[in-house]
Ligand binder design. Structure first.
Ligand SMILES: Cc1cc2nc3c(=O)[nH]c(=O)nc-3n(C[C@H](O)[C@H](O)[C@H](O)COP(=O)(O)OP(=O)(O)OC[C@H]3O[C@@H](n4cnc5c(N)ncnc54)[C@H](O)[C@@H]3O)c2cc1C
Length: 324
């Protein structure tokens, strides 16, 4: 079935099939802005929430069995959804089971990283403190090899449970996930739908006193409050830091671009590598501003900044779509 041609009737039928086959209610035309931290974006053709790993597997396999384009949306803290929305099925990852096993923390893909940080603190386990800085999920953090405050997923991940392209599931050791600076094998999948989906992760941690860990969490909280535009819609760092030389933020700040605007999108006056949305902005505003900043930095410094945020959904025909 061609998703572009899906008529309302097709969607009704698909939603019925999802309910019957997977036991999950799928909604039509769900606006996605509220499901993302940038607060922009149009509707999903079909939107279904996976509350546990069983439903997540079921929805992924259903989409594959029907050739239905699939987008995973977890905490939505690294994405900008197109104003035209998303064709096919959006699976909202809310599988949030977690447990401590000895010195390991085992979490389903939807567990918020901040919760992982506080749960492991209470268990007297250190290593996941940086998760407090990441408003994403365990699955999204593995996908991004998210990191902050001198650590990242790669330094503590033991293995991930993954639905593979052939539909089987495997526990892959972290060494097989291609984790590097904001990189993983999950970022390099052919086609529009993910061939591999993270169901959960197992983190190897070190025993430490709860008060020591609490002190680190307090430092992280203070640092974020001082340096990041919190409480205002954004998707975190817009660009990856270049491998050498000044950071993306320093390059942008050095050119006096803080405060630059396109519609409701602004380069944060607090952190030059954040674009914030005044809540009236559109996805197109964010993308136009990002492209303008990138073009200015390229023309002035010769550095071609690479986007860290991801543009998802229907961006067909967007004139600046070259390599985002
Ligand atoms: C204020 C702010 C501060 C931030 N600070 C940091 C920081 O310090 N360090 C950092 O690294 N990042 C940071 N980020 C970015 C973001 O939080 C991380 O990239 C996070 O890991 C994204 O997780 P998510 O659940 O929100 O993913 P989403 O945005 O929902 O999805 C991102 C991508 O991952 C894919 N995905 C999601 N779940 C899965 C899964 N289970 N299996 C396979 N693919 C999946 C999605 O399809 C999408 O392509 C920040 C963001 C904000 C808004």
């Amino acid at each position: 079935m061609s998703p572009a041609a899906a008529s309302p009737l097709d969607l009704v039928a698909l939603a019925g099939d999802i309910a019957r086959r997977v036991g999950v209610k799928a909604e039509r035309g769900m606006p996605l802005g509220k499901q993302t931290t940038m607060r922009v974006g149009g509707p999903a053709d079909l939107f279904a929430t996976a509350h546990n790993a069983f439903e997540l597997r079921g929805l992924v396999r259903f989409a594959r069995s029907r050739d239905l384009p699939l987008l995973l949306l977890a905490r939505g803290s690294n994405v900008v959804v197109s104003d035209r929305g998303v064709r096919g099925l959006v699976v909202h990852v809310r599988a949030e089971g977690s447990r401590v096993e000895g010195n390991e923390y085992v979490a389903e893909a939807g567990v918020p990283m901040a919760r992982a940080a506080t749960e492991t603190q209470k268990a007297g386990l250190s290593g996941l403190e940086f998760g407090l800085a990441i408003p994403g999920s365990v699955g999204g953090a593995i996908w991004a090899n998210a990191g902050a405050h001198g650590s990242d997923v790669k330094s503590i991940l033991e293995s991930a449970d993954v639905v593979l392209a052939d539909g089987s599931e495997a526990r892959l050791p972290a060494a097989e996930l291609g984790l590097a600076y904001r990189e993983s094998r999950f970022k390099h999948q052919p086609g529009d739908s993910p061939a591999e989906v993270v169901i959960g992760g197992r983190f190897r941690l070190e025993p430490a006193s709860e008060s020591e860990i609490k002190a680190r969490l307090d430092d992280i909280r203070r640092w974020r409050q001082a340096h990041q535009p919190l409480g205002i819609p954004s998707a975190g760092s817009v660009f990856r830091n270049p491998p050498d030389g000044p950071s993306a933020g320093a390059l942008i700040d050095g050119l006096g671009l803080k405060g630059s605007q396109e519609g409701g999108a602004t380069v944060s006056p607090k952190h030059a590598n954040f674009i914030v949305n005044d809540r009236k902005g559109t996805a197109a505003d964010v993308r136009r501003l990002m492209d303008r900043v990138r073009a200015t930095v390229l023309a002035s410094t010769g550095v071609d900044l690479q986007p860290e945020i991801v543009f998802v959904g229907d961006w067909a025909g967007w004139p600046w779509a070259a390599d985002a």
